[in-house]
Design a protein around this ligand. Structure first.
Ligand code: NAD
Length: 268
């Protein structure tokens, strides 16, 4: 079988560089190319060097149209507005599109869902095996425990992260709400400040920490009178997200168009 050609948009970013290195290290695929914003300092750099390896003779470009035309799959960890544009290109190219960007609003999400009518779209706010297992366990624990157990989700990320709560925290909140049989939007409290009063029964709360170089830590806390259950995941490197993204791209080869999750990829 021909090697699968995977393109990386936003390849100068923290995750973009990791994604390049993960494609270079994986069997069965090659780097089709990479793009970044036209004003990014990485435009014109050799992609192999950006990935921390040997030069590959492929320069970082600024034209996603060209990249989507020559790739079999594209991995996108950029920004919500950039991902909306990339989703339209994925639909036109009808390829495998792996999207890890977080902080999407309803309009961004609608563009992803439109793309999934034509492309194989794999979307996850967290591409690691551990967090996808945590999501499953969170749903089960929330189903087993009643509202005597207050649920809060605590997360910490590096100081550069722009969205809060993290996409992963929201994904865990959705899992807890699903286990409880409620809509997250009707019970979520995304921040507390001032005299907010006693905690309403059934609330699912979020707390956000930012600092240093933390790639991502999440705890789901179930607190009752007399005991607490705490489920925690700590990523010590971004490599787990990049490996998951490449695994998702390879899994998508030959699949029918549609919107898939990492749980589909991992068979969870
Ligand atoms: P980053 O700021 O380091 O990288 C983003 C890159 O995208 C930058 O190089 C930027 O120049 C580039 N970019 C922006 N607009 C672009 C455009 N129009 N065309 C091409 N490139 C463009 O950020 P990061 O830490 O790498 O995170 C990126 C996103 O991935 C965030 O939304 C983050 O929350 C998410 N993330 C998801 C996972 C996951 O497993 N799903 C894991 C880590 C991060």
């Amino acid at each position: 079988m021909e090697p699968f050609k995977i393109g990386i948009v936003g390849c100068g970013g923290r995750m973009g560089r990791m994604n390049l290195a993960a494609v270079a290290a994986a069997d069965g695929c090659v780097i089709a190319g990479g793009t970044d914003r036209p004003e990014s300092p990485v435009i014109g750099s050799d992609i192999g060097l950006l990935a921390g390896g040997e030069p590959l003779g492929i320069a970082v470009g600024d034209d996603p149209v060209e990249l989507f035309a020559k790739a079999d799959a594209v991995i996108d960890f950029t920004s919500p507005d950039a991902s909306r544009r990339h989703a339209d290109l994925a639909a036109q190219a009808a390829l495998v599109y792996v999207i890890g960007t977080t902080g999407l609003d309803g309009e961004h999400q609608a563009a992803i869902e439109r793309a999934a009518l034509h492309a194989v779209v794999i979307q996850a706010a967290n591409m690691s095996l551990g967090v996808n297992l945590l999501q499953l366990v969170t749903e089960q624990v929330a189903r087993a425990l009643d509202a005597d157990y207050d649920i809060d989700i605590l997360e910490m990320h590096h100081r550069h992260k722009v969205d809060a709560p993290s996409g992963t925290a929201l994904m865990l909140g959705e899992a807890a709400a699903k286990g409880r049989g409620v809509e997250l939007d009707s019970v979520a409290c995304k921040a507390r400040d001032g005299i907010v009063g006693a905690r309403p029964r059934g609330e699912i709360g979020f707390a956000t920490l930012r600092g240093g170089d933390v790639p991502g830590e999440h705890s789901v806390i179930f607190a009752a009178e007399g005991e607490r259950v705490v489920l925690t995941h700590k990523a010590s490197s971004r490599e787990v997200f990049a490996k998951g993204a490449v695994k998702a791209a390879l899994w998508g080869r030959g699949k029918p168009a549609g919107l898939y999750s990492m749980r589909d990829v991992l068979g969870l």
